[in-house]
Ligand binder design. Structure first.
Ligand SMILES: *Cc1c(COP(=O)(O)O)cnc(C)c1O
Length: 396
């Protein structure tokens, strides 16, 4: 075993060696600009890009012409929100989202809110899911967009986006979904879900960082998205800028691998996750699962260890690379907005650890992690006078 053991696969994943092999030639001998139309270097790059576009379209049941490359899910989400807001503000200024979205969704909508848009943040239940009636009731004449994630990056909740999309379609409102955590991990089929827009990122599925895509449904009349970046008119004027050819090739390969193995992989990973969870609850008292085990991403476990702070626990188990929540919000010491939204009290939120099991974790590593977590929690609790007192009190 190599230490530390990486158990933070929701933050990012290592590039699969097969993905790396596919990318390498596009840095050196096949370095062409996909927009160069006059020579073989350009043609070669362009055909590699179109091959990757097809690989991504295939896994989600889309047409190639509905896939546009961006720098990642953050950019795709910003493009969806600002693009719709700018193009359709004459129709209305209400946008609906949920309280547990990624900061890329919440922060871009917060910006629109400051600039005259009305943003509705729907609450969620203990499992992290919105209420469909509440969604339906909050859609009014002025609503131009609903943006709800497919799978949550902190507590792994998988939303019923097919139902959400249906509600939006009935009310004639565009539906965007942040599917960064879903693609390659669970089934995501646009023929079934029918979103107007969806955002993806390669580095969450064993592809490289800095490359992603947005799905824009081919509609009649076409969905109008005002671009964020202007320039050479790449990606049919939706996203100017020289294409990241090696990144795109890697993204395509990563998706292709997932489409081949994701059923077996999610089975294996959810078994490891369940082993971790069941061992922790059988050996430790007062541990709480955040969210529900049903409708959860296979590799996700988010647990509050009563009586210890997440920071001290992470320091105690240096052999494990885990996180207190979203990588992007850990810089601030505020308790997670997701845990708050599902009703976890602040003291328990500050005792929460997110485990993210991925493709390259072995059973041996999970067994080691189980031992280490139990030892560390037991040790920290025994050192805490208030916890020891409390335990004695419970016995009386
Ligand atoms: C990682 C992530 C993002 C951001 O993706 P980047 O490609 O890193 O910009 C957005 N939403 C969710 C749910 C994520 O997990």
């Amino acid at each position: 075993m190599k230490f530390p053991i990486y158990l933070d696969n929701h933050s990012t994943t290592p590039v699969d060696p097969e993905v790396m092999d596919a990318m390498l030639p596009y840095f050196t001998e096949k370095f062409g600009n996909a927009a160069s139309k006059n020579h073989v270097f350009g043609w070669e790059a362009e055909s590699a890009v179109e091959h990757a576009r097809k690989q991504i379209a295939d896994i989600i049941g889309a047409e190639s012409s509905e896939i546009y490359f961006t720098s990642g899910a953050t950019e795709s989400i910003n493009l969806a929100h600002f693009g719709i807001a700018q193009s359709y503000s004459n129709k209305g200024k209400r946008i609906i989202t949920s309280a547990t979205e990624h900061s890329a969704v919440l922060d871009s909508l917060r910006y629109l809110e400051k600039n005259g848009f009305e943003i509705i943040y729907l609450p969620v239940d203990q499992s992290g899911r919105i209420d469909f009636n509440q969604l339906s009731d909050s859609i009014n004449q002025n609503t131009i967009l609903v943006s709800i994630m497919t799978a949550n990056n902190e507590i792994g909740t998988i939303n019923n986006v097919t139902e959400i999309s249906k509600i939006c379609a009935d009310k004639n409102v565009f539906f965007h979904t942040d599917a960064a955590q879903a693609l390659g991990k669970i089934e995501f089929d646009v023929k079934k879900i029918k979103p107007a827009l969806a955002s993806f990122s390669a580095h969450k599925l064993y592809g490289p960082k800095g490359i992603g895509a947005i799905y824009i449904r081919k509609d009649e009349p076409p969905i109008r998205l005002t671009p964020l970046l202007l320039g050479g008119g790449h990606e049919k004027n939706i996203r100017s800028g020289t294409l990241n050819v090696p990144g795109i090739v890697g993204f395509g390969k990563a998706v292709e691998i997932c489409s081949k193995i994701f059923k077996d992989e999610s089975h294996r990973i959810s078994r490891l996750r369940d082993k971790l969870y069941n061992s922790l609850i059988s050996f430790l008292d007062n541990v709480h699962l955040n969210g529900k085990i049903e409708n959860r991403l296979p590799g996700n476990l988010n647990i509050s260890f009563e009586g210890v702070t997440a920071e001290s626990l992470i320091m105690e188990m240096r052999e494990l690379a885990v996180s207190t929540g979203a990588a992007c919000t850990t810089a601030s010491l505020k308790p997670s907005h997701v845990l708050k939204a599902i009703g976890v009290p602040d003291n328990l939120a500050k005792s929460s650890i997110r485990f993210g099991i991925g493709r390259f974790n072995s059973e041996e590593e999970i067994d080691y992690a189980i031992k280490k977590i139990i030892e560390s929690v037991t040790k920290l609790r025994s050192l805490s006078p208030s916890w020891t007192l409390r335990e004695e009190h419970n016995f009386n």
